[in-house]
Design a protein around this ligand. Sequence first.
Ligand SMILES: Cc1ncc(COP(=O)(O)O)c(C=O)c1O
Length: 353
Amino acid sequence: MTRVTELDTPAVTVRLDIVERNIRRVHDHLARLGIANRPHVKTHKIPALGRMQMAAGAVGITCQKLGEVEVFTDAGVADDVLLTFNVIGRAKVERLVALTRRLRRLAVVFDNDVVARAISEGARAGGVEVPFLVECDTGFGRNGVQTPEAALELARTAMRLPGLRFEGLMTFPNREPGTRAFLERALELFKRDGTAVPVVSGGGTPAIFTAQSIPQLTEHRAGTYIYNDRMVVASGTATWDDCAMRVRCTVVSRPTADRAILDAGSKVFTSDLYTVTGYGHVLEYPEATVVTLSEEHGVVELSACRARPQIGDVVEVVPNHCCVVSNMVDEVYGVRDGTVEAVWPVAARGEVR
Ligand SMILES: Cc1ncc(COP(=O)(O)O)c(C=O)c1O
């Protein structure tokens, strides 16, 4: 058995005890609230981890791209999948229809009738029915219909099209302050219209432990929680002890007393800052700051550190955003008690179509 210390660097490792605890903690929390757990596999892109989430009681999985649905369907991870991305173009609609035949349920989301009409045409031609949720922008400022009235209007338009079946509403992330009021109003409008809304799907790791504040939710989609990262810690949803992903890096240079250079840069960590400053948290040197990244260099500022690493030392860095790091490497190492227990190819790496 390989020891983690024998891994060549940079190496993206995940601590299996923490992964297991994160899966259990979030699942139990949602179960207590009576909210179905539909983990988003775009974080890890690894079928074995999807299977662990399903074994813990998830009702199905969420995918962001058709390519992820294909990889996870090939691996037989789940027969109930939600695809949370507008599907546009003939090639994609054909793939969607083909996948619909392979799964017990493949639901899609959309926020406009261009997508609805194209999927309807494909579904009709292929002789399948595609369940859909209307994506609502409840404050994040990304995809989504802008008002509860628009949600009803799009649902009604799409319900009249052949091959589509309305199943409910979807939003991301449900931590936005306007979410509850939006959903309340939308559900009122659908009720008045006589249209049942069986599913209200929310999402986002920072929103897990406040999901009870949105009583309309029937399911929750979290992705990052399986590993956690610097952004989740910054949101107050996890501690460093809950961060399973650790990028093992070697200190390759100490050009000055206050500077260390790591052998991983933006080609491992990406330049994703999202909500934080700096590019990672060095677990052994918590006062250190990863100030800049070149493609292959991580520049660490040590002036606040009492102890300092030497050339050749290996450090473990919690990345800003674990989901993008997954997409940068061919394999992830599952580690327990210092031993590499699993080497997982990141099967859906690069599946951005
Ligand atoms: C549509 C959708 N749902 C759920 C999630 C999961 O969010 P998180 O990774 O914060 O758990 C994401 C993340 O990007 C998303 O885009």
